[in-house]
Design a protein around this ligand. Structure first.
Ligand SMILES: Cc1cc2nc3c(=O)[nH]c(=O)nc-3n(C[C@H](O)[C@H](O)[C@H](O)COP(=O)(O)O)c2cc1C
Ligand SMILES: C=C(O[C@@H]1CC(C(=O)O)=C[C@@H](OP(=O)(O)O)[C@H]1O)C(=O)O
Length: 386
């Protein structure tokens, strides 16, 4: 399974082409739209989210509620495009291009590196594609992968662990309860006390023209043992998930299970003892390693965390240099979010869903959904008897 995304933040639309899905997989446009709507929510977002109401148009690969096995094309309209027609024109509009040219790169954004690399004197040509608007397309692809996982009995949830240094107390709840609590929280946080403080901090940062980052956690339950492989670096599923997380705009770090904490603990405090009983087969007494050993799933829940830096566009801008005059200036101000951690949590869930679904289709015959389900069932039985 693979996909490509295309589209600019203020261009007419985003496009995703997904290739390699099994045929005869149940496909619901509503379920994709549901994930897109979740991504648009979250306390701390800017005015753009009031303009957009993301929904997919399904242009290929689906018929009568099922995939056909052909590439699936999804399109998401940028409603904001109507305000940017001149600025995003395909034809030359020299006076407009000069008037709206961005020459003051924002620290922390792709502006300057991208302008030098692609030789653009107008940094909008970089900004438009580096923008996290593209995450809508990735969530759409992930939402399709999620439907594959659902059919295989694999469930996924995400929540916000911290914002601006305020950390939620850990909770030990069934997955469904986590989902319900996260959905009800404006910051997708499971701890009501931390939630209040996070909201206060976001308001404060916004008032000061500043921004906040944080940490999100994604949990996947019901995965069979042995997805991914120890035999080669680019088949390790934990590594693929790490790449998927760090590829989300503004994500700077990733932890699997206890992650960085493992550095200060002894082996006896880190590794998960192996147990067996008649009803469960093999299982781990604990799950500190977040469901992975040797790049393969252990069958315990996958637990992965991602660290998001604060949004780089500041209403109280940092110093930068104008690329025309080379004079110091305050960086450009673009309309912006003050905290997008809750929204990014939904992105993280969906990019993880994609990687797990891809690993499933690599392990099992997956031309058709029936073959995949059949092999998965037999494999689960074999693993239990092993
Ligand atoms: C959901 C989401 C929303 C974002 N919103 C903004 C924003 O409004 N303004 C901004 O400057 N950066 C925003 N970012 C982050 C930038 O897109 C990102 O920092 C930039 O592309 C540079 O990439 P890097 O931080 O990964 O190096 C957002 C990121 C995500 C995941
Ligand atoms: C459009 C989205 O996020 C955008 C991501 C983003 C950035 O620089 O990454 C900057 C902002 O764009 P704008 O200036 O148009 O408001 C965000 O709104 C979205 O998430 O759908």
């Amino acid at each position: 399974m693979r996909y490509l995304t295309a589209g600019e933040s203020h261009g007419p639309q985003l496009t995703v082409i997904i290739e390699g899905l099994p045929s005869r997989m149940p496909f619901s446009k509503e379920k994709v739209d549901e994930q897109l709507a979740r991504r648009q929510k979250g306390y701390g977002r800017g005015r753009r989210m009031q303009i957009e109401s993301d929904q997919v148009q399904v242009l290929s690969g689906v018929r009568f509620g099922q995939t056909t096995g052909a590439p699936v094309t999804l399109v998401i309209e940028n409603k904001d495009f109507q305000h940017w027609r001149k600025i995003m024109s395909l034809d030359p509009v020299p006076e407009e291009a000069e008037k709206r040219r961005i020459s003051r790169p924002r620290p922390g954004h792709a502006d300057l590196n991208g302008a030098i690399k692609y030789n653009h004197r107008d940094m909008r040509d970089v900004l438009e594609r580096s923008s996290a608007r593209e995450t809508a397309a990735r969530v759409a692809a992930g939402a399709v992968a999620r439907q594959l996982l659902e059919t295989c009995g694999i469930r996924i949830a995400g929540h916000v662990v911290s914002i601006g240094g305020v950390t939620a107390q850990p909770v030990d709840l069934p997955l469904e309860e986590c989902v319900a609590r996260a959905e009800a929280s404006p910051v997708r946080c499971l701890d009501p006390e931390a939630e209040k403080e996070m909201i206060r901090l976001i308001d404060e940062a916004k008032k000061e023209g500043d921004t906040l980052g944080g940490i999100v956690e994604v949990i996947v339950e019901g995965v069979p043992v042995g997805l991914g492989s120890h035999v080669h670096w680019d088949r390790k599923l934990d590594a693929r998930i790490a790449q998927a997380i760090v590829s989300i705009q503004a994500f700077k770090g990733v932890e699997i299970g206890i992650g960085f904490e493992a550095a200060r603990l002894k082996g006896s405090q880190v590794h998960d003892e192996i147990m067996w009983d008649e009803s469960r087969g093999y299982y781990r007494r604990t799950n500190r390693l977040g469901g992975f050993e040797g790049g393969m799933t252990t069958g315990e829940p996958i637990v992965v965390r991602g660290v998001m830096k604060p949004i780089p566009t500041l209403y109280k801008p940092l110093r930068s240099v104008d690329i025309d005059s080379k004079e110091p200036f305050l960086a450009s101000i673009e309309r912006s979010d003050s905290c997008a951690v809750p929204a990014a949590c939904v992105v993280a869930e969906n990019v993880v869903a994609w990687e797990v679904a891809r690993a499933l289709t690599e392990k099992f015959s997956s031309d058709t959904m029936d073959e995949l389900l059949d092999e998965l069932k037999r494999y689960r039985e074999r693993a239990a008897r092993f």
